[in-house]
Design a binder for this molecule. Sequence first.
Ligand code: FE2
Length: 354
Amino acid sequence: MGQILGLGITHYPNLAAQVNMSWRMQSVLADPKLPEHLRAVENWPPAMRAQWGSDRGQAHSDQHRQDLIDNFRKARAELDAFKPDFVLIWGDDQYENFRDDCVPAFSVLAYDAVEFQPWKGYRRGRNAWDEPEDHTIRMNGHRAGGKYLASALLTEGIDVAYAYKPLHHPLGHAFSNSLLYLDYDRKGFDYPVVPFAVNAYGRWLVASSGVPMSPTTSAQLPDAETDLDPPAPQPWRCFDVGAAVARALQRSPWRVAIVASSSWSHSFLTRKHSRLYPDVAADKRYYAALQQGDWDFWRNTTLAQVEDSGHHELLNWFCLAGAMNALGRKQPDESAFLESWITNSDKVFAVFRP
Ligand SMILES: [Fe+2]
């Protein structure tokens, strides 16, 4: 019978760059479209003001970076202690591998292996490790595990897509950053990986064409409701997909780490805050529910609530929530909530041991 380790992490892009992580907020503040009252620090929530401080968020950024690194080291230690046969990662595809010619709600990437060069054309300056532009990373896949999962889901009536090779991009940022960070100390990451893509951006996928990925703009998404794309999969469906994955893996012969990878509320997706800061209050509600094993709270969430809170990428965590519920795991063995108003998003880490 299969053994399952549950992990929640982030793939926050700025951890890979030597930058003040509040750069996006700085560019939104310079955007003429920002409502005038939000330009005045006095009008911000007190915790946000404190993080901004008198150094445009540099001290908070430094601390946040260290907290992220510490938590990635802990997550890696959990993986190494568990010794998985493969690692499944739920991550969003942000107009990278899936573009105008095909956008599956869910896709199991059952690759044999793939190579990627994270710093080729990199636009955020020096990378955190000062690795050269041609630095190449090989991700071993687990084709048998991917095929098994796609087969199990289809047999249950969940019409998931699958792929044996990439379409437009060797490996989207959700997966590549997860691997970069789980190997922060560069000792190598040899565990085979099955990326499980979730169309978390939904109505804004093609409509924004990856705009939020750009480090050179204030990254405003289209505000008009017209001409957006079909929606993301429903939160309850992500939850049920996660449950089906957990059940299938329990029946399998493998030890599998199942990983939700994403930051929580994103400022650039939170329209009600003029895209300046994330919905921290909502993040705290979901974190409390996670700690209490209140999985109904998660499953009863509507997609409208997800979009309102900038929780698009949290759909990856809805998959993990459903999996943990199916396994009867009531709360994480370890968890951390890294509150950050000014670096685009709060980050959460969680460990559910077998
Ligand atoms: Fe992402």
